[in-house]
Ligand binder design. Structure first.
Ligand SMILES: [Zn+2]
Length: 97
């Protein structure tokens, strides 16, 4: 079995491992939204993969949350309308008297 003739110095060892660092990943653009995304992976921006919606993105969730908030606000608005109508009714009563 071959054995190294002498010990590798720390400098030589570290010089070798210096070339094993991280390399920048190559990016491709999304077919749907043209945003830069990793190839063969779901687009993080729009949640599409090969033209098919796969992932629910943060913007989708925010949109649905906004819709539910609008619905709640509309319900509250409908609840507020009689309250706003009540002083108007009082003023009507005052005008009637
Ligand atoms: Zn996309």
């Amino acid at each position: 079995m071959p054995v190294p003739k002498r010990k590798l110095s720390r400098k030589r060892r570290d010089q070798r491992s210096a070339n094993k660092g991280l390399k920048p990943q190559s990016l491709s653009s999304c077919q749907t939204c043209q945003a830069p995304s990793l190839s063969h992976q779901v687009c993080r921006e729009c949640g599409y993969y090969k033209g098919v919606k796969v992932l629910r993105t943060k913007m989708d969730r925010m949109y649905t949350r906004g819709q539910s908030r609008e619905a709640i606000a509309a319900r509250r608005g409908a609840g507020v309308t009689p309250e706003t109508a009540a002083p108007a009714a009082g003023s009507d009563n005052g005008a009637a008297q």
